[in-house]
Write a protein that binds this ligand. Structure first.
Ligand code: SR1
Ligand code: MG
Length: 406
């Protein structure tokens, strides 16, 4: 019989069944358990356990000692603690928008959580050209609640500084500092560049010293601006959706950083869905319909975020100076600037860097993929270079139109 209380090891499916039976008080003793490892992310193992007798299911997510995407990334499995604690906190800040967590095991570095098999990963659903009309409303509530309510605007400063300490996340932040802010902006050997895009990347990104300077400023801002407790990796692969509900998962990159980082990641990933729809839907009418839906969603996300952010500020701000006239508008403007910058970084790094996205890599036709990647890189560059000028949803969507014409 396997012992789970003395030393850490990465589990097989069979061991995950034994673990659930002996360490968790979730399934009945006579449950008929089946387990499948279903993880398809870059870092962890995800075991789905199903009890065929009483029709219950559970997820056990275990952190391994190296990333799945490449064993070049040696990472402390303690990231699982951060993920558990963040999910627990986000459940309080934004109830209903993250999976429920049941148990964290610091020896096996695994967390037992709610199974969301009745949901679909948003990236997959958008690649099937589905629509989620409530998504903009849901994700903006999640972002305003988790970002503004963890900032100095709302929290007692001492409490906020304790959270900054608790969620210092050097290893995972190190990955983002390299993969998001550094490697895509020079001809790094670890970059994975599509041949049809290499010349464009060289001319427009790697040889543009003005752009490199801006990415350096943004990197230092990411490392030094402890504004809000971020999700830290809020792409459409970290979001589960169904018609009437949205759940945000995988917060292991969480730390205190610039609030706009999360918002910008959501916008950039909708742009990946946009170029996917543009180059993979063949009928004019349904393509226009999906593109319209995605543009409206991006516009709504920015405008609803602004509205809810200002409203939550009025209702929840405790910091005295936050009430001075003009300060909340000034502050929100800086968040929108950082949103544009983060969208730009994500657009560039998923095209040029190591961790690509299926929305783009699945575009089979060579010239269509090159055209899609060019739109993403052009938009990314505009978002970064002109980041001070983004004030509304319409401003964000306009960039797409401009880049499609180029
Ligand atoms: C080594 S991890 C590569 C990427 O996967 C994660 O989801 C993050 O986006 C990270 O940058
Ligand atoms: Mg992830």
């Amino acid at each position: 019989m396997t012992v789970f209380t003395s030393a850490y090891f990465t589990m097989t499916e069979q061991e995950a069944v034994e673990y659930a039976k002996t360490r968790l008080n979730f399934f009945a003793p006579d449950a008929d358990l089946e387990c499948r490892e279903i993880g398809d992310g870059n870092l962890n193992y995800v075991f789905k356990l199903t009890d065929h007798k009483y029709h219950k299911s559970l997820i056990i997510k275990q952190a391994g000692p190296v990333a799945r995407i490449s064993d070049e990334f040696k990472l402390s499995p303690d990231r699982n603690r951060i993920e558990y604690e963040i999910l627990d906190l986000q459940n309080k800040l934004a109830p209903g928008f993250v999976p429920k967590v049941f148990n964290y095991d610091p020896i096996m570095n695994c967390t037992a959580m709610e199974d969301l098999s009745d949901y679909t990963i948003m990236r997959t659903a958008l690649m099937q050209h589905k629509k989620f009309p409530l998504f903009a409303d849901h994700i903006t509530t999640f972002m305003v609640n988790t970002l503004l309510l963890t900032s100095d605007v709302v929290l007692v400063h001492k409490e906020k500084k304790e959270l900054v300490q608790k969620f210092t996340n050097p290893e995972l932040c190190g990955i983002s500092e390299d993969l998001v802010f550094t490697e895509p902006f020079y001809d790094c050997p670890r970059n994975e560049v599509f041949e049809g895009t290499r010349e464009f990347a060289k001319k427009e990104i790697w040889e543009d010293s003005k752009m490199q300077l801006e990415t350096a400023k943004l990197k230092f801002d990411f490392m030094n601006h402890a504004q809000s407790l971020l999700h830290g990796d809020l792409h459409t692969g970290s979001i589960f959706v169904k018609e009437d509900s949205t759940k945000v998962i995988d917060p292991e990159f969480a730390f205190y950083g610039p609030a706009g980082y999360d918002v910008g990641n959501v916008i950039a990933n909708l742009i990946f869905a946009y170029v996917n729809a543009k180059y993979t839907i063949s009928e004019d009418e349904s393509r226009a319909d999906q593109l319209g839906y995605l543009k409206n969603t991006m516009e709504d996300i920015i405008d609803l975020f602004k509205k809810k952010f200002l409203q939550a500020w009025d209702e929840k701000a405790t910091e005295q100076t936050a009430r001075y006239e003009g300060f909340k508008e000034y502050y929100l403007d800086t968040v929108l600037r950082d949103t544009a910058a983060a969208a730009g970084l994500e657009l560039c790094r998923r095209i040029i860097g190591l961790a690509s996205v299926k929305d783009v890599t699945s575009i089979e036709e060579y010239s269509s993929r090159a055209a899609a990647e060019k739109i993403c890189l052009s938009a990314g560059k505009m978002f970064i270079m002109d980041r001070e000028s983004f004030k509304s949803g319409a401003d964000f969507v306009r960039v797409l139109g401009d880049c499609e014409k180029r």
